[in-house]
Structures are given as structure tokens and as C-alpha cells.
Design a binder for this molecule. Structure first.
Ligand SMILES: O=c1ccn([C@@H]2O[C@H](COP(=O)(O)O)[C@@H](O)[C@H]2O)c(=O)[nH]1
Length: 620
């Protein structure tokens, strides 16, 4: 792990349950190759992960089973190690490329900018030329304008130890905000292609479908149905992502999917047993296949535990070298430079909105009013709108560093505005963005405004939890408040923490963390945690800035409300522009993109960094 990273705290653990084919899975790592420097539970880095997979491969060989390492995209955007360099990814592409990966695909984040699409094509695809799969993604070559597959459409291979034949596909959900040098083919169209029809008739022992697709999104369901129609009994393993959650979904007795969280907090483990080799072209109906999964908290305590190694035997030379490369990259980018000291935690969804601990309340009441200023129009009253999805992570009490700015908001969106909008029209926009779903077309689904954990369709357990409210009536996003996985029920746990053994307690105090419930039950997490509540957030927030003050003599006793301004500047982060225009039109404003002007060239990242430097004392 990285210098300065806190040591992980020991926790009661559940073992990995190996099968004949085993998968180790990362997804949505968003540049967090250095691990979490402020959260011990997730503090292992990519070098540690390389050591881990090397030991796990050896273990698989000793057991005579197979192990495949998978990544399902969104490797970039969201961490200084990627975002702070010029060009972006100067260090992170090479560091990521140090891992041996058996199948990988593209996420939507690799496609927002033309430069990242090209970088993927010229760096990651050739690096992983035998394992990169692009079933529904094309690249437009800049020299010729030709549209070519971003990588091979599917791969076929035979596993090393048990000799299973596998056909692997790699999809991206039907994403449509991709840069012009890429083409995403809708999944249902891709499945009509000749290559796909050939692939599903290959009669392998196992279909492996990797995808940057939420498990509960329609795309995996569609792929499952088409493969299953052609292959009644063949096991199908889906490895997905995008939703930033731990989840497992059952499609049928022989087809399961897992998703392995976000930000390199989680290393997913899926095992399959009972796969029958096909002799000839048929697989028998009666073959019973079992799927097991584990969500590994990415820290050294757990990685040592699962490999049976320790501080001195665990790190491989390769792993150590990669950890060193990460440290060098971080140093060159000055990622640990402190911009200010946060006096408290500010949460995206672990605190209710609005509240003093909500990062969105902090933005709305402190950061935006102080920072969204265009000198030429500084006295004009304005509404400033930011989508909650523009914020990606929490702020922890302590040093707020250069790195933190990219963890919080990595996007390069700037602030635009429409001048002098009648207040009667402008004041309706926020409500429509938050609650006016049907006003917008399906291409402008308002789910794209909010945080992925809330936007992507989720399983029945999440949905049930999000129908709940806390005792003050605030809607929960998900919270395993009623999970049987309570601190005192440690069934299935194999190791108590050192401190608790020392204290001789049977029921140790648990630390807060993921307590996942999915289609396979509530025993998926490797470390047993006490549950954390997550609250729902709106799609967008809004700050009212430079509004008229209430009338009166300023003695503070005035009760009359301030008058509304006649007109306001409607300022918004440019990502939300299509929704804002539509909402204005619906509210009776005759506006289009032609009315939009640049308000400030600062990104939200610049705005937050500037505010922290100005308002928080430098050192902690
Ligand atoms: O420029 C951007 C790009 C994206 N967002 C927000 O991010 C989510 C998508 O995040 P994933 O990690 O791909 O799930 C999108 O829905 C937006 O809410 C943004 O705000 N600005």
C-alpha cells in the first residue's frame, strides 16, 4: 500500500469458496490505483492487487482449478493519479497495464472525451490485445474516418488447468453521450450481427459475458435470453459494473451475475462448480451448477487472510515495483499537497440532504454562493445549478489535498448561463430537474443527473430499502438497517479481530462498512461489518446568489420576505444544459442552445479547490 496509507483494521472474515472456474473482478476503479489513503478498509493499491492475483493464480494451480482476472471498465476519471496529469493518465495507463488481465472491456467514462477514446484504442487495446473485448463498440480512425471495431468482438479460449472451452463477450450498456470518434451499437442490434450469431453457436462449456452494464439493467437480461434460447443448459457467468454497488443476480439455475462495487474498494470473487465438459456438441440437462461469490474489502488484512500469507511473504517483487511506480506518480503530481484542512466529514449519501454533514448542502450554502461569480455580472441575481452526479466522493475530516479535488469532482464541465431569464420561469427549473421525469424524453432521462449508486436500476433489496425512511421521514437510498447481518450475528465468520481475541470477546464491535444483500443471500462480504445508512439525494441542487435582501432597517427584526427579482441569470454546470433547456421550454421560456453563454471557465473541481484554499486553514 502507499506511504501514509492507514493500516487496515482486522475484522471477522468469511473464506473464499473456490470452484472449478474462479474469477477475480474489478470494475469502476476510476483511477484509484493507489487505494484509499483516508480509509483503511480500502487501502491496498494496484501493486498489492498484482501480488494478490499472483498468489491466487498459484493457489488455483495447486488446487488444479482455473482462475481468470477480469476488469469491466470505467478505469479512468475520479482520482488525481489519472486526472491531475497532463495529458491525463500519464502514469495511470502504464500502472494499470502492469496487471495480467484475462478479459476486459470499456466503460462509459473511457468514451466521454475524444482523447480518452483514442488513448484507449492506442494504449490499452494493444496492451491487452488478446483479452480486450468490444462486442458493441467501434472506433473512428482519425486518419481515414473509417469505423472499425474498438477491439475483437469476442474471444474463445481453453482454460489452463481444467481445459474448459469458454466463449467470452464484452458489452457496454446502450450509452449515448459518447465522443464523436466512437460508436456504441445498442446491445439488441449487436446481437443481430453475424459474428454474435456465430459466437452463441460455438457450443462452449461456459459463456462468459463481461460488461460495463448494471446487473439490473435491461441489456444483461436481453443478452441472457438470446444466449439461453440457443444454449439451454450451458452455464453463463456475467461480470458487470457501472452501478457502483456490490450485487449478485440470478438469471436461472445456471446463469448468475456479479458486480464488484466501485473505486477499487472491492475485489469481486465468483466461483463456478459443476461445469460439465461437452463431449460432442451437447451438454446434459442434469448437470447441477453452483455459483458462489465474495466481495473482498480491498485491504492488506483481507488479502493476507485469503492468501494465507503475511506482511513479509505477501508482496511479490512485481507488486512492490508497481506500488513504487504509483508512489512516484503521486509524488510527481504533488497529489498529497494540502489545500486546506476539513474540520468535519462531508458525505454524499451517508448524511441526509439537506444537513450540516451533507456535501451538497455545503456546496449549495457555502461554496457556490462564494465562487460562482462573473465579474461583469456580479451584481445580477442568479440561480446556480449543479447535478449531484458531478460529485463523486465524500470529504473526510483532515487534509483536503490536490488529490481530493479530483476524488470529489473530476469532470471538465464548466459553468454556462442564460442571461436575464424571468424569475417566474427560471425558478421552475430545479423542481422539473428533480421531479419532472415525464417532461423529458427517454434520451434525456433525469437519472443521468444523479449519482450512479442511485441512478442505475437496482435489485429488490435496494428498492425495498429505498422505500424506507429514517425516523425523521428522510428517504433512504439503501441501508441494511433490517439486515439479519447484525453486529451480534457472526455466523460464518472465521477470524475475529486481534483486539477482540485479546479481549476474549465472542461478539466483537464491528466497524461500519458494506453489508450486502443480493440474490445469493446476505453473506457476500468477506469482512463482517455493521451496517451504514445511505440517504437518497436529489438529481440537482441550486444556490440562490446575490438575491435582493429583505426590506427594513437592518436591525435583524424584519419579518417581511425579500422580494423576488424580476429576472435572474440562470447559471448551470454545462453537463446539465440539455435538461435545463428542456425544463425552461416546459416552463414557458423560449430558449435554445443559442441563448447559452459561458459564465466562467472554471470547472467544479477548480471552484471547490479555490474555495477550500480560501476558507479552510492550510494545515491540520
Ligand atoms: O461530465 C460528466 C460525466 C458524468 N457525470 C455524472 O456521472 C454519471 C455517470 O457515472 P458512472 O461512473 O458512469 O456511473 C452520470 O450519470 C452523471 O451523473 C457528470 O456529472 N458529468
Amino acid at each position: 500500500s502507499q506511504p501514509g496509507a492507514p493500516a487496515p483494521v482486522a475484522a471477522p472474515m468469511r473464506d473464499l469458496e473456490w470452484g472449478q472456474i474462479n474469477f477475480i473482478h474489478t470494475t469502476d476503479i476510476h483511477g484509484w490505483l493507489g487505494g484509499h489513503l483516508q480509509e483503511p478498509q480500502y487501502s491496498a493499491d494496484w501493486g498489492d492487487y498484482i501480488s494478490f492475483t499472483s498468489h491466487m493464480r498459484k493457489k488455483a494451480d495447486e488446487k488444479g482449478v482455473d482462475l481468470l482476472v477480469i476488469d469491466t471498465g470505467d478505469r479512468i476519471e475520479g482520482n488525481g493519479l489519472y486526472d491531475a496529469s497532463n495529458p491525463k493518465g500519464k502514469y495511470s495507463y502504464d500502472i494499470f497495464g502492469e496487471q495480467t488481465i484475462d478479459a476486459l472491456c470499456t466503460g462509459n467514462h473511457e468514451l466521454y472525451q475524444e482523447t480518452s477514446v483514442a488513448r484507449e484504442h492506442n494504449t490499452t487495446v494493444p496492451k491487452f490485445k488478446h483479452s480486450y473485448i468490444a462486442s458493441n463498440l467501434d472506433y473512428i480512425e482519425p486518419e481515414t474516418g473509417n469505423q472499425i471495431p474498438q477491439a475483437q468482438r469476442y474471444i474463445k479460449f481453453t482454460t489452463k488447468n481444467l481445459g474448459y472451452n469458454v466463449v467470452a463477450l464484452g458489452f457496454l450498456f446502450n450509452f449515448d453521450r459518447n465522443a464523436n470518434n466512437s460508436v456504441v451499437q445498442p446491445v439488441e442490434e449487436a446481437m443481430k450481427e453475424e459474428w454474435f450469431q456465430k459466437a452463441i453457436r460455438e457450443k462452449p462449456d461456459l459463456f462468459l459475458v463481461i460488461g460495463h452494464v448494471g446487473l439490473r439493467m435491461k441489456e444483461f437480461e436481453q443478452i441472457f435470453k438470446v444466449i439461453r434460447d440457443e444454449n439451454w443448459y450451458t452455464p453463463i457467468a456475467f461480470l458487470g459494473g457501472h452501478a457502483h454497488v456490490r450485487d449478485a443476480r440470478k438469471f436461472d439455475d445456471k446463469a448468475y451475475a456479479i458486480a464488484s462495487g466501485r473505486y477499487f474498494e472491492t475485489i469481486g470473487f465468483l466461483s463456478i462448480d459443476g461445469i460439465k465438459k461437452k463431449s460432442g456438441s451437447e451438454v446434459s440437462a442434469e448437470a447441477a451448477v453452483t455459483f458462489k461469490r465474495r466481495y473482498i474489502d480491498n485491504n492488506l488484512f483481507g488479502l493476507h487472510y485469503h492468501t494465507g500469507l503475511n506482511e513479509s511473504t505477501f508482496p511479490t517483487e512485481h507488486g512492490r515495483n508497481v506500488s513504487r511506480l504509483i508512489a512516484e506518480g503521486r509524488k510527481a503530481l504533488n497529489l498529497d499537497d494540502s489545500f486546506g484542512c476539513a474540520s468535519q466529514d462531508l458525505w454524499m449519501s451517508r448524511a441526509p440532504y439537506p444537513s450540516d454533514s451533507s456535501i451538497f448542502s455545503w456546496l449549495e450554502t457555502q461554496v457556490l454562493p462564494d465562487s460562482i461569480v462573473n465579474e461583469e455580472r456580479k451584481d445580477v441575481p442568479r440561480l446556480a445549478i449543479v447535478n449531484t452526479g458531478a460529485i463523486r466522493f465524500d470529504i473526510f475530516k483532515g487534509a483536503f489535498t490536490k488529490d481530493s479535488t479530483y476524488l470529489i469532482s473530476p469532470f471538465i464541465s464548466r459553468f454556462n448561463y442564460i442571461p436575464d431569464v424571468p424569475y417566474a420561469v427560471a425558478s421552475k427549473v430545479l423542481e422539473l430537474l428533480n421531479n419532472g421525469g415525464p417532461v423529458f424524453s427517454s434520451a434525456l432521462d433525469t437519472q443521468y443527473l444523479t449519482i450512479p449508486e442511485q441512478a442505475v436500476p437496482r435489485g429488490p433489496f435496494f428498492e425495498a430499502a429505498s422505500a424506507e425512511t429514517d425516523n425523521e421521514g428522510r428517504r433512504l437510498l439503501f441501508a441494511d438497517v433490517d439486515s439479519p447481518q447484525k453486529p451480534l450475528s457472526l455466523s460464518g465468520a472465521n477470524s475475529l479481530s486481534k483486539q477482540d481475541e485479546d479481549k476474549g470477546k465472542d461478539d466483537p464491535e464491528l466497524i461500519g462498512g458494506y453489508t450486502t444483500r443480493d440474490d445469493l443471500g446476505d453473506d457476500g462480504d468477506d469482512a463482517i461489518h455493521s451496517p451504514i445508512k445511505f440517504y437518497a439525494v436529489p438529481n440537482c441542487i441550486q444556490a440562490k446568489i446575490s438575491f435582493p435582501s429583505p426590506p427594513g432597517n437592518g436591525d435583524g427584526n424584519d419579518t417581511a420576505p425579500a422580494p423576488d427579482p424580476e429576472t435572474v441569470d440562470l447559471v448551470f454546470i454545462d453537463y446539465v444544459q440539455p435538461w435545463v433547456i428542456k425544463a425552461l421550454q416546459f416552463s414557458g421560456g423560449d430558449y435554445s442552445n443559442d441563448n447559452v453563454k459561458v459564465y466562467t471557465n472554471s470547472t467544479l473541481t477548480d471552484v471547490i479547490a479555490g474555495w477550500v484554499k480560501k476558507h479552510w486553514k492550510k494545515d491540520c
